[in-house]
Design a protein around this ligand. Structure first.
Ligand code: FDA
Length: 302
């Protein structure tokens, strides 16, 4: 089965877009904000908080960056108007990080200003290694102006051990995730290139560092063993539940997220929506161990 998964994963670039769209519906709330808001209402009613992601990644014009910023402002206004429990997650490259850092910063400030007005918050997703340094610097400048911004860090990167120190010293809000991009081995912690579980000890250390330093930490993983370790640690050290939350992606490992909620933990669901679904969906499909089955089922259903 593992060989079949690998073969199917390698074939993704050749799978028709219509098929990818069909399979990835479970990971995406829809093409429009209205569809996403319905999903947020449902999740909130179940007890989950949400973070909304307007799909879109590296862009080629500043007009696209402006359009992304406008879309996020619409999201913040709608969430406020409907009194929903949802903040937003942004990929800085979608605001033009790799085109014009100053313009990207201006747009991010405008979004943060709107979020602050609505007493809401923003998390900067972490992208591939070509963005890491720029994003950390951007985060520092934004945080000097606004307290309602958080940053994702990736446990698969060696450099995270150095990056996290100044951030936790300032009690920054952080999201720890394993990391999803295909990176050169030289950037990665030992063994991470062929064994995702090799990242776990590093993930755990970063989470514990946040606990020790008093940084609010979002624990973004579906890894049951890793979550069990963290729950054990939280209980052992008497960490208050208000100091962290678990985060999971829409459509992934739902029984585990329900269990965590049932145990009384705060759980936030990452809900992407929008027309630009292809990059996000193919990354999700690549990491799904049952991808071969999904593709086969979708092919039969076509
Ligand atoms: P791992 O990949 O080891 O998976 C553990 C288990 O979870 C698998 O064995 C499988 O059972 C299940 N699983 C995982 N993904 C699945 C899927 N798509 N379908 C079905 N089952 C699946 N990355 C990044 O680089 N920058 C970022 O900013 C973020 N932000 C982010 C926010 C949130 C809320 C989450 C949950 C994740 C991210 N990520 C991210 C992605 C993250 O880095 C990582 O790639 C995925 O979460 C998968 O890693 P796990 O920690 O779940 O472990």
């Amino acid at each position: 089965m593992q060989l079949l998964d690998t073969l199917v994963a390698r074939a993704i670039p050749w799978v028709p877009r219509a098929l990818i769209h069909k399979i990835s519906r479970r990971y995406i709330a829809g093409d429009t904000l209205a569809e996403a808001l319905v999903r947020v209402q449902q999740l909130n009613a179940q007890g989950f908080a949400v973070t909304l992601d307007v799909l879109g990644e590296t862009i080629s014009t500043l007009a696209q960056a402006q359009a992304t910023a406008n879309a996020y402002i619409q999201v913040l206004d709608a969430v406020h108007a409907q009194r929903l429990q949802a903040n937003i997650s942004i990929k800085p490259s979608a605001l033009g990080l790799l085109l014009d850092v100053q313009q990207c910063e201006q747009l991010a400030l405008h979004i943060l200003d709107t979020a602050a007005l609505h007493q809401n918050s923003v998390c900067l997703d972490m992208e591939d290694a070509s963005c890491t340094q720029k994003e950390i610097e951007l985060f520092g400048r934004l945080r000097a102006r606004f307290g309602n911004v958080g940053l994702a860090l990736q446990a698969y990167l060696r450099r995270t051990y150095e990056d996290i120190e100044p951030l936790v010293r300032e009690a920054s809000t952080l999201r720890i995730c394993k990391g999803i991009y295909v990176e050169d081995r030289s950037h990665l912690v030992q063994g991470a290139w062929n064994d995702r579980s090799a990242i776990n000890e590093h993930f755990l250390k970063h989470v514990v560092r946040c606990f020790e330093a008093g940084s609010f930490v979002a624990i973004a993983t579906h890894d049951a063993a890793l979550i069990a370790h963290i729950v054990e640690r939280v209980r052992r050290d008497g960490i208050d539940r208000s100091r962290f939350e678990f985060q999971m992606l829409l459509g992934v490992c739902e029984p585990l997220r329900d269990k965590l909620l049932g145990m009384g933990f705060n759980v936030r669901i990452y809900v992407p929506f929008g027309k630009d679904w292809y990059g996000y969906s193919t990354r999700r499909l690549n990491e799904n161990p049952r991808i071969a089955g999904h593709i086969a089922k979708a092919l039969i259903g076509l």
